[in-house]
Design a protein around this ligand. Structure first.
Ligand SMILES: [Zn+2]
Length: 319
């Protein structure tokens, strides 16, 4: 309904058109008034879409193939945050490398930490590997504990619950819709958990070395053991002495697998796997990072398939 039409039809019908337009916008209110959500990562974006349904429009900051500890800041992020009705973060410091500076520039008090439109998906997650106060001063990337809980699908359930409660807080009129959205997410998750348990069974009791300290929650869920990381500490690169110690530990502990995180360089994990004579598997710490994935569920599954697939490769008798 352009202004050209209005002019052509003259004042009387133009008024009619305006009234019709006003009336139809009233009926279309839920869509027009959709909450503008900014999600820091693809994982919390997907969960927000599932829980929020058509009451929300979600924009994401980090890409699935990026390292969440090193997301490049773009001016467009500031604009998105400035007009956001709510911000959903994965939390536990995962976004500390990029979000605080963006929030300061965005000047939107409603979505600042501690405010009601700042929705922290880690609220109901019990953090693993919370460092002691001494190790915190060493500049590592997990100062509040390990923030990579999203790889464990049961943490996904806790995240969805925190998101549903946050959306309800920001938009109380949507209470029923968000509760239904959460129930929909939980039904879909429950339908997959048994399947994933079966899929992950070969991981039980296996020993892995990962490039970054990002598998702890997944390992606990599916019964494998992370015996070390290529990084000295989260965000602190390996030293030659550390790599030699890893090779030694890998041989002694009969490590089955080295795991590489797709957003980090493959070189060191690959050479470690070669030296240990074990396969290398790739995982993504963010949804949508592995080929063919886009949402939370298919990303959880793709990581499991990648780990199990690599073990199968190892299971093949040497030629
Ligand atoms: Zn990390």
């Amino acid at each position: 309904m352009g202004s050209r039409t209005v002019r052509a039809r003259g004042f009387a019908s133009a008024t009619g058109i305006v009234l019709v337009a006003a009336a139809s916008s009233l009926f279309a209110l839920p869509a027009l008034a959709a909450l503008r959500i900014v999600a820091s990562t693809p994982d919390v974006a997907d969960l927000s879409r599932i829980v929020g349904g058509d009451r929300v429009v979600v924009e994401t900051l980090a890409g699935g193939d990026q390292d969440p500890h090193a997301v490049p800041i773009k001016p467009s992020f500031v604009a998105r945050l400035n007009r956001a009705d709510a911000l959903v973060v994965q939390g536990l410091g995962l976004e500390d490398a990029f979000l605080p500076a963006l929030l300061e520039a965005a000047k939107n008090p409603a979505v600042m930490p501690g405010r009601s439109a700042y929705i922290d998906a880690s609220l109901y997650v019990e953090p693993l590997e919370v460092p002691s106060s001494q190790s915190r001063v060493q500049g590592e990337l997990h100062p509040l504990g390990n923030p990579h809980f999203n790889l464990d699908p049961l943490a996904g359930r806790a995240m969805a619950r925190a998101i549903a409660e946050g959306l309800e807080r920001v938009d109380p009129a949507g209470r029923e819709a968000y509760r239904e959205g959460l129930a929909r997410f939980e039904r879909e998750l429950d339908a997959r958990l048994d399947e994933w348990k079966t899929l992950a069974a070969p991981l039980q009791g296996r020993k892995v070395i990962s490039s970054h300290q990002d598998l702890s929650y997944l390992a606990r869920r599916y019964g494998f053991v992370v015996v070390g990381t290529v990084e000295l500490k989260p965000g602190v690169p390996a030293t030659p002495a550390h790599l030699e110690a890893l090779v030694e530990a890998g041989r002694r502990d009969r490590v089955d697998l080295v795991v590489h995180e797709i957003a980090s360089p493959e070189g060191l994990p690959k050479s470690l796997a070669d030296r240990l004579g074990v396969p290398l598997a790739s995982v993504s710490v963010l949804a949508g990072g592995l080929p063919g994935t886009s949402g939370y569920f298919d990303s959880v599954e793709a990581n499991l398939r990648s780990l199990v697939g690599a073990l199968r490769e190892q299971g093949a008798p040497p030629g």
